[in-house]
Write a protein that binds this ligand. Structure first.
Ligand code: 13P
Length: 249
């Protein structure tokens, strides 16, 4: 049985006031008994969030990390630093990082290994563009992104990875993949893992991301291969994020 995971990626949004609002809202929230909930604010807010979320079920995630543990990398943050701030999860390979900051599959791999090295749970983000979907190459693109990382990990490392399928055309557009479209790709990702090990495939946690909101979360999360969500815009409002968490119960 895979525990549902709902993660809110705030991207370059939020404020100390929003951190406080989440701390208050979730301190008194009634949530499903078995669920992991992760808030992923910009780095600067992690310390405030660590304190504000003390009496809540909210866990902390970061949006990226440098592949090195320390050194002359001006402006960067390492996994070791994230651990010091009680961060448990880190996104790697988000499509905005791949596109805007030209992160390659190889760099995504290095970051993911750095996360595993320090005991962070990496959430590997994959997904096709609209052109790639229209060209019929969705599965090929997604499995290339997944395979570039998973094929090179040790079996024990593979078990630590969470994968988020985020079709690029559904991110921030209000255009969600249909539950059937998402399920088809996510079943393909799970089947690919079965090529390594069937128990890995059974345990692998798969999140859907791309315009998930309080109205469409339940039908997406009802799909057999969707174990949770990676939520952008709707994770910036306490009520919406709370409603999505409720749908995962
Ligand atoms: P939206 O939910 O705003 O489409 O963003 C999804 C996303 O990119 C989460 O990482």
């Amino acid at each position: 049985m895979r525990t549902p995971l709902i993660a809110g990626n705030w991207k370059m949004n939020g404020s100390t006031a929003l951190i406080e609002a989440f701390g208050s809202a979730f301190a008194s929230a009634t949530l499903p008994a078995h669920i992991d909930i992760v808030v992923i604010p910009p780095f600067l807010y992690l310390d405030a969030a660590r304190h504000a979320f003390k009496n809540t079920p909210l866990q902390l995630g970061a949006q990226t990390l440098n592949p090195q543990h320390s050194g002359a990398h001006t402006g960067e943050i390492s996994g070791r630093m994230l651990k010091e701030f009680e961060v448990g999860y880190v996104l790697v390979g988000h499509s905005e990082r791949r596109k805007l900051y030209r992160e390659t599959d190889e760099q995504v791999f290095d970051r993911l290994v750095a996360a595993l090295d320090v005991g962070l749970t990496p959430i590997l983000c994959v997904g096709e563009t609209l052109e790639e979907r229209d060209a019929g190459s969705t599965m090929q693109v997604v499995l290339r992104q997944v395979g570039h990382v998973m094929a090179r990990l040790e079996p024990a490392q593979r078990l630590q990875v969470v994968i988020a399928y985020e079709p690029v055309w559904a991110i921030g557009t209000g255009r969600t993949a249909t539950p059937e479209q998402a399920q088809e790709v996510m079943a393909g990702i799970r089947a690919y893992q079965a090529g390594f090990d069937t128990s890995l495939a059974e345990q692998l946690k798969l999140l859907y991301g791309g315009s998930m909101n309080a109205s469409n979360a339940a039908e997406l999360l009802a799909q057999p291969d969707i174990d949770g969500g990676l939520v952008g815009g709707a994770s910036l409002k306490t009520n919406d994020f709370y409603a999505i968490c409720q749908s995962a119960g």
